[in-house]
Design a binder for this molecule. Structure first.
Ligand code: ATP
Ligand code: ATP
Ligand code: MG
Ligand code: MG
Ligand code: MG
Ligand code: MG
Ligand code: MG
Length: 274
């Protein structure tokens, strides 16, 4: 098909396939959510409804894109791990980033009223998106450790900051001044001695962020399951049919657990497989 004489302009489009056999981490972050959270009266330091809405949008993205094995969310951001071998959109970077960012954003808007029933959106929110490639499991682990360490640092700061303002009667300027130069130990101490808050007792959702893992659904017991197993056992182990049959039997779990120590990665070793 020759097309019109104008079709040559298509050739100016550059290929942007991402390197094969590399882990893809896709991260999105709310654009100007400092302002967005102000204008929508988010509770400080942590608005539970807003975090649950982020989790819901992330879960919807993972339901649509089965090659995402793991996701981590905090504040206005979410990171998604795509399998090394994913052939999603022939690994075209712009295509993946733009479709996933757009789906997440539309889910965020679509489900907004469930979490903020009395507060209509004041203006349309947007998110930026990017993909970073990592060559090995070690960098992927360190990437998620980096985001969770960030959650911890920010949440500790914000928890003390808002305690000083909301319970301690300080202005935001005074609270910033109080915290200037303090280390983690000092912040725990301020929380405990002035406000009787034991930081380690705060809901892990806020301290650890949100972890969405894709896990295999155990075989259903009794009659149905034996039929299923029979069907599967007739398909060769490495066939795409079998992989598909397997892929169907996964579900998503939302956790608020540690991602830095070995336990998580030992328990969910399959998340880093091909
Ligand atoms: P995708 O939407 O799958 O990411 P795309 O945007 O390149 O890829 P389409 O949206 O299906 O593809 O097509 C865009 C337009 O460009 C279509 O109208 C199609 O006719 C035209 N087009 C696509 N590829 C070529 C090509 N190689 N040469 C000339 N025209 C093309
Ligand atoms: P940028 O466009 O560069 O990302 P930003 O204003 O979104 O700018 P971030 O560093 O992404 O800056 O920080 C997001 C801000 O959104 C937080 O600092 C916090 O004020 C607010 N925010 C996001 N989620 C919540 C939440 N669940 N509860 C309370 N505040 C939140
Ligand atoms: Mg930022
Ligand atoms: Mg932001
Ligand atoms: Mg952010
Ligand atoms: Mg198109
Ligand atoms: Mg088109």
């Amino acid at each position: 098909m020759a097309g019109s004489k104008f079709a040559y302009v298509k050739k100016f489009e550059l290929p942007d396939a991402l390197l094969p056999n590399m882990f893809m981490v896709f991260r999105l972050d709310g654009h100007s959510f400092h302002r967005f959270s102000d204008q929508h009266g988010f509770t400080k330091p942590n608005d539970l409804r807003a975090l649950q809405l982020m989790d819901h949008a992330a879960k919807s993205v993972m339901e649509e894109y089965k090659d995402i094995s793991l996701a981590f969310g905090e504040s206005d951001e979410y990171s998604f791990l795509l399998r090394k071998s994913t052939a999603l959109y022939n690994r075209r970077q712009a295509k993946i980033v733009s479709t996933l960012t757009s789906l997440f954003t539309s889910c965020y808007v679509f489900h907004w009223p469930k979490y903020f029933p009395d507060l209509p959106l004041q203006y349309p929110p947007s998110f930026d998106g990017r993909i970073v490639l990592y060559p090995s499991q070690q960098e992927v682990r360190d990437y998620f450790a980096w985001r969770q360490a960030d959650t911890h640092i920010n949440n500790l700061y914000n928890t003390v900051f808002w305690a000083l303002v909301q319970q301690g009667g300080q202005t935001t300027t005074e609270a910033h001044a109080t915290l200037r130069g303090t280390i983690s130990k000092d912040k725990h101490e301020i929380l405990f001695s002035r406000f009787e808050i034991n930081y380690d007792k705060i809901d892990p959702r806020y301290r650890k962020g949100s972890v969405l893992v894709r896990v295999e659904t155990p075989e259903a017991p009794a009659l149905d399951s034996s039929a299923q197993v029979d069907v599967l056992s007739t398909i060769p182990d490495d066939s795409s049919k079998r992989k598909k049959a397997r892929a169907v039997r996964t579900h998503l779990e939302l956790l608020h657990c540690d991602l830095i120590r070995d336990e998580f990665w030992d328990k969910y070793a399959h998340l880093l497989e091909q």
